[in-house]
Design a protein around this ligand. Structure first.
Ligand SMILES: [Zn+2]
Length: 359
């Protein structure tokens, strides 16, 4: 194993090539982020305002750093009429729930809390985990499809997402956010009926093309990532702004705060480490080093403290929540990578190839 001398990636992480000087391809090819330009973002806002709908924008809100910052931008900086919503994935920490409540009160916006049946959700997580070794895709699809449904129901022209240009890694080579793939995993899974699947997925055959088409025709809101248009604060600066403006509280126990709002994260990192031989943390931490947010030494230190070869701290809670035995966890850790990749929607496969071609 060779480790990059600038970040902490090793050549075990797929797609990583370390050159003779000891520098990885991601550090070598790093491009300095150039914002698209605020005027283009404002043009979107003006267009949506001209439609005179009840809400200008929809903001999906997890209570985490990025989405809190987006809510701050939408309300306090750009003065938009906002509907915000939170999808309860069943794994919210108490602190995340408090942060959501405080922020929504602070900026006085309408907020919808979507609570899917916890019984159904746990069953789906459990089956997805046992069959495919993944649960993040379940949560991601739940958030995405309910977001589209909200924009459709309330006729909201614009959806503001918290994707960051400084964090461009998808963390897994599997297409875990593919609706058709998940539908296949859940079909004939123990204790899950066809009606359950319909209810959970909302849109059964969602793919890039249908999404593009329904966005163009105005059925779904257009998704925009504000952070790609403007200069971004660092992770630390962002934390300070939302503490001051949104009454947001940091999670003091963690050296790294992204995704602290999800109780399942240490567990999903652990499983990924078992299945792939590397965790997404190494990718995240390396990105932060490249962005100058932490030093390489700090990243190595955090990575060591993660100690992902051993059971994560809250594994008993997750086992209890999802009704898993020790043996289940061991078996899940052995599921081969890419196990359901042949079930990815054909449309999405074509789209991925097109994107590669354009690149
Ligand atoms: Zn590197």
């Amino acid at each position: 194993m060779t480790r990059c001398t600038k970040c902490i990636l090793t050549d075990e992480v797929p797609g990583t090539i370390i050159n003779q000087e000891g520098v990885c391809n991601r550090c070598e090819n790093r491009k300095v982020f150039k914002p698209i330009g605020e005027k283009h973002l404002i043009a979107y806002f003006e267009k949506t305002k001209r439609k005179n709908r009840a809400y200008d924008v929809l903001v999906p809100f997890s209570g985490g750093k990025d989405s809190t910052y987006i809510l701050y931008l939408a309300t306090k900086v750009y003065k938009l009429n906002v509907l915000t919503y939170t999808y309860d994935n069943g794994f919210f920490s108490e602190l995340a729930l408090q942060n959501i409540k405080r922020a929504v009160e602070k900026v006085s916006v309408d907020h919808i809390f979507i609570h899917p049946s916890l019984g159904l959700l746990k069953n789906i997580y459990r089956q997805a985990l046992v069959k495919s070794g993944e649960i993040c895709g379940v949560c991601g699809i739940g958030i995405m499809n309910s977001m589209l449904k909200m924009s459709e129901t309330y006729k909201i022209p614009l959806i503001l997402l918290g994707h960051s240009p400084l964090e461009d890694d998808s963390f897994t080579p599997e297409n875990i956010y593919d609706t058709v793939r998940l539908k296949h995993i859940l079909t004939n899974a123990k204790g899950i009926t066809k009606a359950d699947i319909r209810r959970f997925l909302i849109y059964q055959r969602q793919n890039y093309f249908s999404n593009y088409f329904f966005t163009k025709t105005g059925r779904f809101g257009k998704k925009v990532d504000p952070l790609f248009f403007i200069d971004n604060p660092t992770d630390e600066e962002m934390g300070k702004i939302i503490q001051q403006e949104m009454d947001w509280e940091d999670h003091s126990g963690s050296g790294y705060t992204k995704h602290f709002d999800c109780l399942a994260e240490p567990f999903t990192n652990y499983i990924r480490e078992q299945r792939f031989g590397y965790s997404r943390r190494i990718v995240q931490l390396s990105t932060m080093v490249r962005n100058g947010e932490i030093t390489r030494e700090q990243a190595l230190d955090i990575h060591d403290r993660d100690n992902l070869k051993n059971n994560p701290p809250n594994i008993d809670l997750i086992k209890k929540m999802l009704d898993l035995t020790e043996q289940d966890v061991n078996e899940i850790g052995k599921i081969k990578p890419m196990v359901y990749e042949d079930k990815v929607s054909k449309a999405n496969k074509i789209f991925a190839r097109l994107r590669e071609f354009i690149k």
